[in-house]
Write a protein that binds this ligand. Structure first.
Ligand SMILES: Nc1ncnc2c1ncn2[C@@H]1O[C@H](COP(=O)(O)OP(=O)(O)OP(=O)(O)O)[C@@H](O)[C@H]1O
Length: 360
């Protein structure tokens, strides 16, 4: 069982609190993502788990054991960093063999294990080459190979795709999922990129200022964010956040709609923020009578291939919406369109605390 429990970690650097009550669990064999912006404490968390960061407060349990004070090499973990430093003067084969040589593994075994890892990572054809002659993607594969050749029970990955171009990142996301499936290894993957976290993580922990503020499946975090910060972190393009009046208990009035929408959990006079996903706004057509509809003007279009993002203006409010390319192609900047959404797709948050109040 390679189950990880991270409990109440605290780490300060001078006056900077890097980790504040960092707590989460990762199940045996799970692919868990930590999602947070720069400086939120992702690297410090992974370093603390692996033993590279000394902790004054908190506990790391792995495999049912308290490993908080165990030396790095005894933890059965391996970490891949943002800058995957390989030994440039060595061949791929020597890079992969290095951790095993250090452990005193017999040469026959090393040869066999390096061969297997190279095959798994599809770098067998590069074994005799120096790592400086490899492409970025191949170098990353070798770095992964070096991290897993000792068969760690937990793999920690710190933004491992940051230095790769968009196409390679896409390829490597699929590669990490395949590796996870084939090796059944517990993985903790830190990233500031919500797309990476949502496409790879079986569960995602959202970090804000050194603590996890939400944990859930990608679907849960997207469709039922527990606060405004999480709603903004998850989803692309980002969720529209709107202001609204609260004239009565259970009533929310958006400035560009004629009638208020129903919101059971909202109180009269409460200062709220209203979230509406760009994917939940559609072109108004026949049969959308139950929806809130309003005219809008196209301000900007951003074609992404299969879909186009429209920036539309309704009165003085700007909204983003997503349309399938074949529909979007019929419109141009400056066109007036009629759009609609289902009020039950609205998310209500208390503006002060950020706490979720419910849906429409
Ligand atoms: N050795 C250190 N000395 C001083 N401050 C540090 C040190 N390590 C981390 N910090 C600070 O702790 C905070 C958290 O840093 P950390 O590197 O964990 O964040 P991160 O989420 O990984 O950021 P990024 O995505 O930019 O890598 C930051 O404010 C950082 O400046």
């Amino acid at each position: 069982m390679s189950e990880l429990k991270v409990k109440n970690l605290r780490r300060e650097f001078g006056s900077v609190v890097a980790l504040e009550d960092m707590t989460f669990d990762v199940a045996d064999g799970e692919f868990f993502c930590l999602l947070g912006p720069s400086s939120s404490g992702k690297t410090t968390t992974l370093r603390a788990i692996s033993g590279l960061e000394e902790l004054k407060e908190g506990e790391v349990r792995f495999d049912g054991q308290d490993v908080t004070r165990s030396p790095v090499q005894n933890r059965g973990m391996s970490m891949i960093f943002q800058t995957f430093a390989l030994y440039p003067h060595m061949t791929v084969e020597a890079n992969l063999a290095h951790p095993l040589r250090r452990d005193g593994v017999a040469s026959d075994d090393i040869k066999k294990r390096v061969g297997e890892i190279a095959e798994l990572l599809r770098v067998s054809h590069t074994l005799k080459r120096k790592t400086t002659t490899l492409s970025g993607g191949e170098q990353q594969r070798v770095a992964i190979g070096r991290a897993i050749v000792r068969r760690p029970r937990l793999l920690l990955l710190d933004e491992p795709l940051t230095n790769l171009d968009a196409k390679l990142r896409h390829e490597m996301r699929a590669e990490f999922k395949r590796l996870h499936r084939e090796l059944g290894m517990t993985m903790v993957y830190a990233t500031p990129d919500q797309l990476e976290a949502l496409t790879m993580g079986e569960r995602v922990g959202v970090i804000e200022n050194g603590r996890v503020v939400a944990i859930g499946t990608p679907r849960d975090l997207y469709s039922m964010p527990n606060d405004l910060y999480v709603a903004r972190m998850v989803g692309s393009p980002p969720i529209n956040i709107l202001s609204a009046a609260t004239p009565d208990d259970g009533q929310v009035q958006l400035s560009f709609l004629k009638a208020p929408v129903h919101a059971r959990s909202v109180l009269s006079g409460q200062d709220i923020a209203v979230g509406l996903r760009p994917q939940d706004i559609v072109l108004a057509e026949g049969g959308t009578a139950a929806r809130a509809r309003f005219p809008a003007k196209i301000h900007l279009t951003e074609p992404l291939g299969d879909v186009t993002i429209f920036d539309v203006a309704v009165q003085d409010v700007g909204l983003k919406m997503v349309l399938r390319e074949e529909v979007a192609a019929q419109y141009s900047v400056g066109d007036e369109i009629e759009v609609a959404f289902d009020p039950s797709d609205l998310h209500f948050f208390d503006r002060g605390s950020g706490r979720r109040l419910g849906s429409g």
